[in-house]
Design a protein around this ligand. Structure first.
Ligand code: C2E
Ligand code: MG
Ligand code: MG
Ligand code: MG
Length: 281
C-alpha cells in the first residue's frame, strides 16, 4: 500500500481497489482458459437416506485447480464466473459433465446405477441461459431419463427474477427433473414462492445443522423447516452432517435425507462410484 502525504486515505483506497480488480482479472482470465481447456473437475458428494444410510443421489460440485497448482474454492470462483459472464459456459459444462458421469456409472454397473445426480444452478445462469434446453440436450446426448437429474437453485434466483425463474422451473419440471431449494432459509425471499413453484426438496443449510445439538435456536429453525416441508409435501435434505449423533437427531425430527462429511467429502467421480458400490452393496 502506497502512502502519500497529501491524500493518504484516497490513495490507499485506490491502490486496494486496483489490487482487487487486478486479482479478479487474473482469476477471470485463468478461469476462462480453464473452462475452454476442460480443466475443471466435477466432484461428487453422496446424499443418503437418513433412515437406512443408503445413497440416493450425489451432488455435483465444481473443482478448479489453477495453473500454479492451487485449488480455488467454488465459493471464490463461482462469484467471479457470475460477474464475468462465465457462469453460462461453466453451468453448461457442469450439466453435461454430470449427465456424462451418471451415464458412465450406469454403463459400469451394466444398468441403472440407482442414484441421481444434483447440479447447482446459479441465479444468473437461470436468467441468461435457456437451462431447460441445455438439460434436455444433455439428457438426450447421454440417453438419460429426466428423473435421474436434480437441479438445485437458491432463493436469490427467485428474488432476481420471479417470473423468469418460474417459467424456467416449469420447463425443467416438464423434463421430469427434481427441483431442490438449496441453502434454504439463508436467502432474502418471502415464502409465497413455495406455494407457487413446483419445488420437490428443501435443503436445510449447513449453518442451521452444524452445532445444532448445542443450540436450541438452531433446533427450532430446523424443526420449523421440517414442518413446513412436511405440510407442503416436500422432501428434506440436511447439509453438513458431520457426526452420527446429528444424523440420528435429524432422522428423529423427520428429516429424510442427509449430506455431509459423516458420509463422505465430495470425491472424484471414479472414487464416488467405488463408494456407491460399498455403501449400497
Ligand atoms: P452448496 O451447493 O450448498 O454445496 C454444499 C457445500 O457444502 C459444498 O461446498 C460441500 O463440499 C460442503 N459440505 C458438504 N458437507 C459438508 C460438511 O459436512 N461440512 C462442511 N464443512 N462442508 C460440507 P463446496 O464444494 O465448496 O461448494 C460451495 C458452494 O459453491 C456450493 O454450495 C454451491 O453454492 C457452489 N457451487 C459449487 N459447484 C457449483 C457449480 O457447478 N455451479 C454453481 N452454480 N455453484 C456451484
Ligand atoms: Mg447445492
Ligand atoms: Mg447447499
Ligand atoms: Mg450451502
Amino acid at each position: 500500500v502506497k502512502r502519500s502525504k497529501k491524500s493518504g486515505r484516497t490513495e490507499i483506497y485506490q491502490t486496494r481497489a486496483f489490487d482487487a480488480a487486478r486479482r479478479q482479472f487474473g482469476i477471470e482470465t485463468e478461469l476462462r482458459r480453464a473452462i475452454d481447456a476442460g480443466a475443471l473437475e466435477l466432484y461428487m458428494q453422496p446424499i443418503c437416506d437418513l433412515a437406512t444410510g443408503r445413497v440416493t443421489s450425489f451432488e455435483a460440485l465444481s473443482r478448479w485447480t489453477n495453473e500454479r497448482g492451487q485449488a480455488i474454492s467454488p465459493v471464490d470462483f463461482i462469484p467471479v464466473a457470475e460477474e464475468a459472464g462465465l457462469i453460462v459456459p461453466l453451468g453448461r459444462w457442469a450439466i453435461n459433465q454430470a449427465a456424462r458421469t451418471l451415464a458412465g456409472w450406469d454403463a459400469a454397473r451394466g444398468g441403472n446405477c440407482g442414484v441421481n445426480v444434483a447440479v447447482n444452478l446459479s441465479a444468473i445462469q437461470l436468467q441468461r441461459d435457456n437451462v431447460a434446453a441445455v438439460v434436455e440436450q444433455a439428457l438426450a446426448d447421454h440417453g438419460l431419463d429426466g428423473r435421474r437429474l436434480t437441479l438445485e437453485l437458491t432463493e436469490s434466483a427467485i428474488v432476481a427474477d420471479p417470473d423468469g425463474v418460474s417459467v424456467a422451473i416449469r420447463a425443467l419440471k416438464d423434463l421430469g427433473t427434481t427441483l431442490a431449494m438449496d441453502d434454504f432459509g439463508t436467502g432474502y425471499s418471502n415464502l409465497a414462492y413455495l406455494q407457487r413453484l413446483p419445488i420437490d426438496v428443501l435443503k436445510i443449510d449447513r449453518s442451521f445443522v452444524s452445532g445444532m445439538l448445542a443450540d436450541r435456536d438452531k433446533v427450532a429453525i430446523v424443526r420449523a423447516i421440517l414442518g413446513l416441508a412436511q405440510a407442503l409435501g416436500m422432501q428434506t435434505t440436511a447439509e453438513g452432517i458431520e457426526t452420527p449423533e446429528l444424523a440420528q437427531t435429524l432422522a428423529a425430527l423427520g428429516c429424510g435425507y442427509g449430506q455431509g462429511f459423516l458420509y463422505s467429502k465430495p470425491l472424484p467421480a471414479d472414487q464416488a462410484l467405488r463408494l456407491l458400490s460399498l455403501l449400497n452393496a
